[in-house]
Design a binder for this molecule. Structure first.
Ligand code: FMN
Length: 205
């Protein structure tokens, strides 16, 4: 693998690569339910996050940040989900509480992509949100090219302010995605997909 570039390094304008094209043609999420270990080690995760952060970003706002959940922190995070779920669903079944407690245990590594957009910035907030989405997708691609399965999830807790506060988000911050990263128990199957030609027109006048 090429080293991470430093400021001013000359970079190739293109990267013609049949394997990369084929990977993009076949890109597919693996559901968190179908994941197991191992996950990326510390160096691999650093590379995945570096690549996730290498996104188009109008006026270099950097409208996102990453929070890693791994090891025992995943159970602690799950306990927070379970407590919040129990509070909102009094009388919830024990099985439902256990499911919430185990959510972050589905994958060895979960990365929260936190959107910290600045509504007062000259760059429209909409563009900042798009940039956060690009970071999530770059993370999926980097995980895949590193040999790991991944899925971009939000689920209910991405919108629960009490949970988010416990995860260290400020009131202004939002979750762009929780990216679950691990190893697929089995390869996924293709799902129905739109033909790009069905949603593409040629503008002319
Ligand atoms: C912002 C965002 C949030 C998502 N949240 C969920 C989710 O909470 N639950 C879910 O099953 N899929 C969710 N997905 C969809 C999956 O990540 C995935 O795209 C889907 O399973 C289809 O698989 P594919 O990526 O191979 O097309 C989300 C996708 C995006 C872009």
């Amino acid at each position: 693998m090429k080293d991470k570039p430093v400021l001013g390094d000359p970079l190739p304008a293109t990267h013609p690569d049949e394997n990369f094209l084929s990977m993009l043609q076949q890109r597919r999420s693996t559901t968190a339910a179908m994941m197991t270990g191992p996950g990326p080690d510390s160096d691999q995760l650093t590379t995945i996050l570096d690549i996730a952060s290498r996104v188009p970003d109008h006026r270099r706002v950097v409208p996102y940040r990453f929070v890693i959940f791994e090891g025992g922190a995943r159970q602690n995070a799950g306990d927070i989900l379970s407590a919040a779920y129990g509070k909102q669903n009094p009388g919830a079944e024990k099985a439902a509480m256990e499911l919430e407690a185990a959510r972050f245990l589905r994958a060895p590594v979960v990365v929260a992509v936190v959107a910290r957009t600045d509504p007062g910035h000259k760059t429209p907030e909409w563009e900042q949100v798009l940039c956060c989405g690009a970071a999530c997708h770059n993370m999926l691609l980097a995980a895949s090219a590193s040999g790991f399965a991944a899925q971009w999830l939000t689920e209910w807790y991405a919108y629960d302010r009490e949970v988010l506060a416990a995860f260290g988000l400020s009131e202004e911050e939002r979750i762009a995605g929780f990216i679950y990263i691990g190893t697929a128990k089995e390869d996924p199957l293709e799902r129905p997909r739109v033909e790009a030609s069905d949603i593409t027109t040629h503008w002319q006048r």
